[in-house]
Design a protein around this ligand. Structure first.
Ligand code: TXA
Ligand code: MG
Length: 323
C-alpha cells in the first residue's frame, strides 16, 4: 500500500488506472474518506468487503463524477430526485434509486435499488473524472474504516485503520481533513415521497423546501422502510471507548461538547467546537483521540438544532454505550 500525499495529473492518472486494474484506492470526499473500488469488478469488490470486514449483504454507494452518468446506474428516476441531484450535487448527498442492469447484486446487497453520489471534494472529482476518461463507469466506496467503526476524516486515520489489511498495490490518497466530517445524507428515492435513511449535511428542511413535500426520516431501529437503512445495528460508528451522552464524567473521562460548555472537573477535554458545523468536522477525530489516549469512557454533550446537529445526534445515538 502506498500513501500519496501530494497529487499531480500523472499520479491521478495512475490512481485511476490502479482502480481500473482492480486495486483499492482510498480517497477523500467532503464527508469522510472512502475506500474506492471499480463498481463493476466483482473480485475487486469482494476484496474490499474482506478488507473492511463488512457483511456482503450490506450495499455500497457508487460514486460518479457528474449527474450525466446517473442513468447508467439507475432507472425510473423520479422528478423530485432529478431536482435534488441538480441542486445538491456535487455534494454530501446519496440518492437510493431503482437500479439499472449495471448495478449488480454484489454492489446492491441483492436489493433492487442502488445508492449513487457525486462528491464535491476536488480530489474525488478529479479521480472520478479520470477514472471515467479511462473507461470506468463508477467507483463504489464505503467509508474507509473497519465495519462498525468510526469513519476516517484524514488520510492518517485511513492508514492507521487499514494499512495492515491493504495489499501492496493499493493506494491511499491524502487530500487533507474532510470539511463536512459526517457521512452523506442518504435519501430513499424509490417511493412517491422521499425518505431520509441517514441524516447528513443536506437536511430534511432543505429537501422539503426544494421539492415542496414534507420528507420523513426513519427512526433509528425502525423497520418501517422497505429497504435496508444504514447503521441500524446495535453498535455503529463506534470507538473502543464507551460513549455516554449527557452524564457527569468520572475522573479521567473524555469530554466532548460545544465550546460554550465548560469542562467538568477531572474530565479530559477532547474537542471544543464553536458551532454545529465545526462539531461535525471534529467529532470523529475526537472519538478516535479517546482510543489513542486510551481513555475508556467519554462523555459527549450532543448539540441541538435542526441543522447538521440532527446527523451528529444520529451518529452519537448509534455509537452510544448500550450497557
Ligand atoms: O459520505 C458518504 O456517504 C461516504 C463517502 C465515502 O461517500 N460513504 C459511506 O459509505 O458512508 P458506507 O458504505 O460507509 O455507508 C453507506 C450506507 C450503508 O450503510 C448502506 O446501508 C447504505 O449506505 N446504502 C447503500 N446502498 C443502499 C441501498 N441500495 N439501499 C439502502 N441503503 C443503501
Ligand atoms: Mg460507513
Amino acid at each position: 500500500m502506498t500513501l500519496i500525499s501530494s497529487y499531480t495529473a500523472s499520479s491521478l492518472k495512475d490512481a485511476a488506472a490502479s482502480l481500473r486494474s482492480g486495486n483499492l484506492v482510498a480517497f477523500p470526499t467532503e464527508t469522510v474518506y472512502g475506500l474506492g473500488v471499480d463498481a463493476t469488478n466483482k473480485e475487486a469488490v469482494a476484496h474490499l468487503y474482506q478488507v473492511k470486514g463488512r457483511p456482503s449483504d450490506h450495499p455500497l454507494i457508487v460514486h460518479i463524477s457528474s449527474m450525466a452518468n446517473l442513468d447508467k446506474w439507475a432507472k425510473k428516476i423520479p422528478v423530485y430526485a432529478i431536482k435534488l441531484a441538480r441542486t445538491f450535487w456535487p455534494g454530501p448527498m446519496t440518492l437510493i434509486l431503482p437500479r439499472s442492469n449495471l448495478a449488480k447484486d454484489f454492489i446492491t446487497g441483492n436489493q433492487n435499488s442502488v445508492g449513487i453520489r457525486v462528491p464535491s471534494h476536488p480530489l474525488a472529482s478529479a479521480l472520478l473524472k479520470e477514472f471515467e476518461d479511462q473507461g470506468g463507469l463508477g467507483v463504489a466506496a464505503p467509508s474507509a474504516n473497519r465495519f462498525g467503526k468510526v469513519s476516517p476524516t484524514t488520510a492518517g486515520d485511513v492508514f492507521e485503520e487499514l494499512s495492515g489489511s491493504l495489499s501492496p498495490t493499493d493506494l491511499i490518497l491524502d487530500g487533507g481533513p474532510c470539511q463536512v466530517g459526517v457521512e452523506s445524507t442518504i435519501i430513499n428515492c424509490t417511493q412517491v415521497i422521499p425518505e431520509i435513511l441517514r441524516p447528513g449535511a443536506i437536511t430534511a428542511a432543505m429537501i422539503s423546501d426544494l421539492i415542496g413535500v414534507q420528507v420523513n426520516q426513519i427512526a433509528t431501529g425502525s423497520n418501517k422502510s422497505s429497504i435496508k437503512a444504514p447503521g441500524l445495528l446495535q453498535s455503529h460508528y463506534a470507538p473502543r471507548a464507551k460513549v455516554f451522552l449527557s452524564t457527569t464524567p468520572d475522573f479521567g473521562a473524555g469530554f466532548i461538547a460545544l465550546s460554550n460548555i465548560p469542562t467538568p472537573p477531572g474530565a479530559i477535554r477532547l474537542a471544543s467546537p464553536k458551532n454545529n458545523n465545526e462539531y461535525a468536522q471534529l467529532l470523529y477525530q475526537a472519538l478516535r483521540l479517546c482510543d489513542t489516549k486510551q481513555i475508556s469512557n467519554v462523555i459527549v454533550i450532543p448539540p441541538t438544532g435542526e441543522d447538521i446537529a440532527i446527523a451528529i445526534c444520529d451518529r452519537l445515538e448509534k455509537c452510544a454505550y448500550k450497557g
